[in-house]
Design a protein around this ligand. Sequence first.
Ligand code: TMP
Length: 202
Amino acid sequence: MTSAKFITFEGIDGAGKSTHIGYVAALLRSRGLGVVTTREPGGTDLGEALRELVLHQKMHLETEAMLMFASRREHLAQVIEPALTRGDWVISDRFTDATFAYQGGGRKLALEKLDVLEQWVHPHLQPDLTLLFDVPLEVARARLDATRELDRFEQEKVTFFADTRAEYLRRAAQFPARFRIIDSTRSIADIQTSLEQILGAL
Ligand code: TMP
């Protein structure tokens, strides 16, 4: 057993989570910790190939959910579990909460089916800390439209993101011990101060 922690970053597209991953990794490294940063879908060669498919190819909703978990299975085996065993902290840009929020909340796949996949793929592992970057939908949309060509998820309607966000918030209320909600409309400096406090407590 090591004291290494598994931290996940979550939020709807445009919530601004990715801006803060480098900051948290640098903060932990400055305290002498080994840190692995990674992402889902992706994080391995196979996972990145699956990411290309799920972000750009039309498919059945259940196929999409299973590919998310297939990518996750490989990610756990190749990256997350070995890092934690070595004693490195792991920061993942999205994990299983994203599947509940997007495929469950957004696309309306029965949550019971996702429970089964979760039990199959990681029955014993949960993040130690999940940072949920939360913003109103208009703010998230404005941030997205300012960037690059949109993928299959980013092109979804506003109601899809409302449902996705609602499922994220429902899970945060269901698992209060590991979730911290970050009001991502605040300035970067303010958010960094909150992140320092949260990590200090961890
Ligand atoms: P990213 O742009 O934050 O890297 O995430 C890629 C997209 O994949 C994002 O729109 C959310 C979506 N996604 C799911 O729908 N389900 C999942 O399980 C994961 C990990 C991501």
